[in-house]
Write a protein that binds this ligand. Structure first.
Ligand code: HAS
Ligand code: CU1
Length: 579
């Protein structure tokens, strides 16, 4: 993909967000967004500080016996539950709810009911606080998948249901706003950022159904003692209905930044708007009916359905491959505009010293390995080797832990100045935090994938095992790598959060709209504004509601027979508390 020279001067001016006249309204919209983002990072802060304990465990060092840690955390499993829930579920959901509320609203230039937005934020936070009580008091040491028959306090499930339920209120508000815009702008093409956000929210609306049914219909009544038991397999299948698609709920908001904003931040242009729309529609259509790739080892699910879900999993890698091509082309375009030359020499011309940029591109680099590992996981023939081993946490720390998290960290460095008018206190420290996060995660992933290939189980306090079960295996190097990565990541977290907290606590000095405007990129191949003159691809991808209905049909077809059989053969078992 060589784009040899920069073509003619701009024909299509760079988009700016429609101006918002009402200053008080804009300030409140920014405030609620800021609350979501700051809550997200507070969760990440606590979650991330527990991470090194996990890495040291797989480095053979049992810090859970240290008195100071013993006083704070009841067990390795409580630490791991907090780490997973705070980072993977709370951080992501709060960040995304703020980010994907603010962006489409600004992009469409629509006014929304801010009372409703604040109410949703308050409800989500209430859910979080309710769930936090049992988590912190060892009443929900269930790990972030909370598989029954392991049972936790009812408050945990109620809090979780409120949290996920409130994200559906954000879906409602954004989709409703988009529909109002459609009515007011007949015949117009939805602007790209709003399009990507609405498509992602619609996908999430379908994805969340599984976990909502699981928690509301099965786990809450069971944990309250209203029913005598629970069917573990039904619950687990509903969980993975949501649990796979949630990974795209985590990564698509990062893609929004990679497509819409990063090219500008790199000094270049987005490659193709029509292609970008196609990518998001592909995710809308097929993110959900693939969850059985987490259940190849489970009984009572016919192999036929496991194989169909495997095939669909390979299909859902395609829009990510298109993204790699498209975002790669945008980066090359930027680098050549900056004077980059040669087949690969242009890479050096990218602004690697700018943390906003490097965070996102390092996130992508990690995702090349993370995505390749995902395709390995999805292959039923390899799954038996890697399933339930440390390979899997290796995989997800370079997907959600880096592709998503490092992108959000990079985004925070311009988004917070944009929302608050505050300034980034130190680009150098921010840059160090980004590079150390990337290296720390790559080393962690190497150590964990490597140990996994030797069969070291995930979610095990191997550092406390009475018998050295792995003593005969050549694990010295991967174990060492894993331990070292924990230390690198601790340093990175201290650097990043010192920058973030200093920024948040500093006084407002700028008008965010002027000093850090929304960094829209120009497109090499734009979609245009009018549907009548737009390309067939743009026209075909515009009716998102109809495409959502098609996605629903596909999910019903791909999950219906499996669920019908599982429900028909339910076997209720009582709950266990192993902690
Ligand atoms: Fe996964 C397990 C399969 C993507 C997260 N995954 C997990 C778990 C998590 C997770 C959290 O099939 C653990 C769940 C648990 O606790 O049990 N995953 C896949 C596949 C993909 C995939 C096929 N995963 C993700 C993403 C995640 C995520 C994204 C979070 C954000 N995963 C699985 C399977 C399992 C699994 C099985 C179950 C395993 C088991 O046995 O339990 C695909 O979507 C991946 C496609 C991605 C690509 C990469 C594209 C690369 C891009 C970057 C381009 C870079 C550029 C940079 C342009 C094909 C877009 C250029 C650089 C320059 C310098 C110029
Ligand atoms: Cu998955």
């Amino acid at each position: 993909m060589t784009i040899s020279s920069r073509p003619a001067p701009l024909v299509h001016p760079i988009r700016e967000a429609p101006a918002v006249g009402d200053v008080a309204y804009l300030a409140s919209l920014k405030k609620v967004t800021q609350f979501y983002i700051v809550t997200a990072f507070l969760a990440l802060f606590i979650g991330v500080l527990i991470g090194p304990l996990q890495a040291l465990n797989y480095g053979g060092i049992n810090v859970y016996e240290w008195p100071v840690i013993r006083n704070l955390l009841g067990s390795y499993y409580q630490g791991l539950s907090l780490h997973g829930v705070l980072n993977a579920l709370v951080f992501t959901q709060f960040f995304i709810s703020g980010w994907m509320l603010y962006l489409p609203v600004r992009d469409l230039g629509m006014r929304i009911n801010l009372r409703f937005a604040w109410f949703t934020y308050a409800l989500m936070t209430l859910g979080l606080l309710l769930a936090a009580v049992p988590l912190l008091t060892n009443g929900a040491t269930l790990l972030y998948t909370f598989y029954p028959p392991m049972q936790g306090d009812a408050l945990f499930y109620i809090g979780a249901a409120l949290m996920v339920g409130s994200s559906l209120l954000v879906v409602g508000q954004v989709v409703h706003t988009w529909l109002r815009w459609k009515r007011a702008n007949p015949g117009k093409v939805t602007p790209l950022v709003a399009f990507m956000s609405v498509a992602t929210w619609m996908m999430w609306a379908l994805a969340a159904l599984g976990i909502v049914v699981e928690v509301v219909a099965l786990l809450i009544p069971w944990s309250l003692g209203l029913v005598g038991g629970v069917d573990p397999l039904v619950s687990k299948t509903l969980f993975w209905w949501t649990g796979h698609a949630i990974v795209y709920f985590w990564v698509l908001p990062a893609y929004i930044s990679w497509y819409a904003f990063l090219p500008r931040q790199a000094g270049g242009r987005l490659a193709s708007e029509p292609l970008t729309r196609l990518v998001f529609v592909m995710f809308l259509l097929s993110s959900v009916p693939v969850g059985l790739h987490h259940q190849y080892a489970d009984p009572n699910i016919p192999n036929l359905w496991k194989n169909i879900h495997m095939f669909l999993t390979f299909l859902i890698a395609v829009p990510s491959l298109l993204t790699a091509f498209s975002v790669g082309a945008a980066l090359e375009d930027a680098a050549r505009a900056r004077g980059g030359r040669g087949l690969f020499g242009w890479v050096a011309q990218l602004p690697w010293g700018n943390a906003v940029f490097s965070a996102q591109v390092l996130a992508m680099v990690s995702f090349i390995a993370g995505g390749a590992g995902g395709v390995v996981n999805a292959s039923s023939s390899f799954s038996g080797v890697v399933h339930n081993t440390t390979w899997i946490p290796g995989h997800f720390h370079i997907t959600v832990g880096t592709a998503t998290t490092l992108t959000f960290m990079g985004v925070s460095l311009w988004l917070i100045p944009h929302l608050t008018g505050k300034r980034l206190p130190s680009l150098r420290l921010a840059s160090w935090s980004v590079w150390t996060w990337f290296f720390g995660m790559m080393v962690f992933a190497l150590g964990m994938h490597w140990q996994g290939l030797y069969g070291v189980p995930r979610r095990s306090q191997v550092s406390a095992a009475a018998v050295d079960a792995f003593g005969n295996l050549p694990l010295a190097l991967p174990t060492l790598l894993t331990a070292v990565s924990g230390v690198i990541l601790l340093v990175s977290a201290v650097l990043y959060f010192s920058v973030l907290f200093r920024m948040l606590l500093s006084p407002r000095v700028d008008d965010g709209e002027q000093a850090a405007p929304l960094p829209y990129s120009e497109a090499i191949s734009p979609a245009g504004e009018s549907l009548a003159t737009a390309s067939p691809l743009v026209r075909a991808t515009e009716p998102l509601l109809a495409l959502w209905a098609a996605a629903l049909v596909l999910v019903v077809l791909m999950y219906g027979p499996v669920m019908a059989r599982l429900f028909a053969e339910m076997q209720l078992v009582p709950g266990w508390r192993l902690y």
